[in-house]
Design a protein around this ligand. Structure first.
Ligand code: ARG
Length: 574
């Protein structure tokens, strides 16, 4: 967002950094005292054979003799050179760059030429999406959007759970009890009921498990009747999921369910065999991982049927060898950590150098403060909190609050409540460091004041309403050159926070942590509120009003952009 200034400074720094692309090395310090831009010189220590603080001082002293336009002060602090820029120059550059960037505000091209595949959501056919899927879905979509913001080509992948022995079981259940359910009108519920019923009855009659396995093996061997049935189960389920995804702003670029790898499994077997990795154990074929103190990775069952891991090996090969991706992110709960460790280890043993560019992006569980929503979640027993119910409840609660306050004018309550309610659920998830568990509390998630989605959305609304009230068409009527310096403590703080946005996007992506962005938005909103409460934005002379309106508009743009990356709506009114 400071590209012209970065470029100008880079020219002066290039001679010291030689072949390194300097413009990308700048950091935007969090604290005002440390300037607007800062460049670390640690990477020069070896070449210059000096300590970084000494190098920083020497370069800073030389730059000081050059009087670079727009630079107010240069300071060496530790291993950094800090640049304090001219307040007006910063502000007008920020405004012009924000206008220029449009939808791509804060985006960079650090990942240009590289392809990243982000796998997320990936529910299992016939099972409803429950709160456990929420994280795999929203964290994944946010990471997908973050990768996009860094200039990578991104493929958002749905590794749909559409293969495995459970389909044999479903087929069994369908053939035996299918006619008792209303597949005409309530297909998905019927399917799920069959799934639950199978597991209930199989507890009494273990023979059913064998029958199920047998039917699955037939599917794997290509039985057309069974495959037709399977196709139907998949379609019914996808239909149901689409609805959830749409509400959560989730889009996949590619669906490659586990079944897709069926005819690639032979190749997996061959590769493992060539490397001498496949050994027999109790009738099954496994890869021994005992040298890494892990249980063996199961590849084929004794009846020759494939397993979850087998299909994951095929999928990894597909991603790197066919799609030619540079890295693969698996957004999957921490309970599958061992599975991914085993998978990556097998890939390494197979000799694929790219195994180290596979990343399991794990996350913690949901815990409910409200005991009525808690309890054990097991989709086999039919006791789960459905994602849909959670979203509906949030929207309902928001609607109640809104209608209490309503009255001033007609508002599109349904649409806004959907945006705010769903946004609250998404934000409440993403604001947490993903590796931790999420403590879910309705009060907290839906609060309009606290660290919540509605709070951020509300500041967006506030910006929108100030701009509307002003009657100015900001971007059309106000040019960067007309701005006046805004130098109160609150204004400088807010500008400083806005400048950090593009660094925040990079950091959030590099650490695979959307909470870095979510927390930044909270801080930004607080900075905005300090500005708002201490200054009369629409008071003063025309030039001052315009300058403040420009600041409000930039804030609104950053919040909107940030919310979009978190896959949340930015309502105009609430
Ligand atoms: N379908 C799986 C589940 O719901 C998640 C898929 C994880 N991804 C993978 N490549 N194994 O548990």
């Amino acid at each position: 967002m400071l590209t012209p200034i970065r470029d100008r400074l880079s020219k002066h720094l290039e001679p010291y950094f030689k072949d390194k692309s300097v413009a990308e090395l700048f950091e935007i310090p969090k604290e005002l005292d440390h300037g607007h831009l800062s460049i670390p010189v640690f990477s020069l220590a070896r070449e210059y054979k000096k300590a970084p603080p000494v190098i920083a001082k020497e370069i800073a002293n030389q730059l000081l003799t050059k009087s670079i336009p727009g630079v107010a002060r240069i300071e060496a602090v530790g291993g950094y050179i800090n640049f304090h820029l001219d307040d007006l120059e910063i502000f007008s550059t920020l405004y012009n760059e924000t206008k220029k960037a449009g939808q791509r505000l804060g985006f960079r091209s650090l990942g240009a030429g590289q392809t990243i595949i982000v796998e997320y959501s990936s529910p299992n056919v016939a099972k409803p999406m429950h709160v456990g899927h929420l994280r795999a879905t929203v964290i994944g979509q946010a990471l997908r959007n973050l990768a996009d913001s860094q200039g990578y080509k991104v493929i958002g992948l749905n590794h749909l759970g559409d293969w495995g022995v459970q389909f044999g079981k479903l087929a069994y259940a369908y053939r035996r009890w299918g006619s008792e359910y209303d597949f005409e009108n309530d297909a998905f519920e019927s399917l799920y009921k069959l799934y639950v019923r199978f597991h209930q009855e199989a507890e009494k009659d273990p023979e059913m498990e064998r029958e199920g396995s047998l039917l699955f093996k037939k599917m794997e061997d290509g039985d057309p009747e069974l495959l037709k049935l399977w196709r139907r189960f998949v379609d019914i389920s996808m239909n149901e999921y689409e609805h959830n995804w749409q509400r959560l702003g989730v889009k996949h670029d590619l669906v490659r369910g586990e079944s897709f790898y069926n005819d690639r499994l032979k190749n997996v077997e061959k590769l493992l065999q060539t490397k001498g990795l496949l050994i027999e154990s109790e009738g099954a074929m496994v890869v021994d991982l005992s040298d890494e103190k892990m249980p063996p990775c199961l590849i084929f069952k004794s009846d020759g049927a494939s397993l979850y891991a087998t299909r994951d090996i095929a999928s990894a090969i597909f991603r790197f060898e066919e799609l030619k991706v540079d890295a693969s992110l698996y957004v999957v709960g921490a309970e599958q950590t061992l599975h991914f460790k085993q998978l990556f280890s097998v890939l390494r043993r197979l000799g694929f150098a790219w195994w180290s560019r596979c990343h399991h992006i794990g996350f913690g569980l949901y815990r409910f403060k409200d005991p009525n929503l808690g309890g054990k979640m097991s989709s086999r027993k039919g006791q789960i909190i459905r994602l849909e119910d959670l979203l509906n409840r949030a929207v309902e609660l928001v609607k109640e609050r809104m209608s209490q306050k309503a009255g001033e004018k007609e508002r599109n309550i349904d649409e806004i409540a959907e945006q705010v309610g769903v946004g609250a659920i998404i934000f409440n998830d993403l604001v947490n460091d993903r590796v931790r568990d999420v403590e879910f509390d309705w009060e907290h998630a839906l609060s309009f004041e606290g660290d919540s989605g509605p709070y951020v959305q509300y500041v967006h609304v506030r910006c929108a309403s100030i701009l509307a009230k002003s009657g100015r068409k900001v971007t059309e009527e106000i040019r960067g050159e007309q701005l006046r310096v805004l130098d109160s403590a609150e204004e400088r703080r807010l500008i400083k926070s806005l400048l950090r946005y593009e660094d925040i996007l990079s950091q959030a992506y590099q650490n695979f942590k959307p909470n870095i962005l979510a927390n930044y938005l909270l801080e930004l909103c607080t900075d905005f509120n300090h500005f708002y409460h201490n200054h009369k934005i629409l008071g003063g002379d025309a030039e001052l009003i315009d300058s403040r309106l420009a600041l409000v508009w930039i804030t609104q743009s950053v919040i909107r952009g940030g919310l979009k990356i978190l896959s949340m709506a930015a309502p105009q009114e609430m």
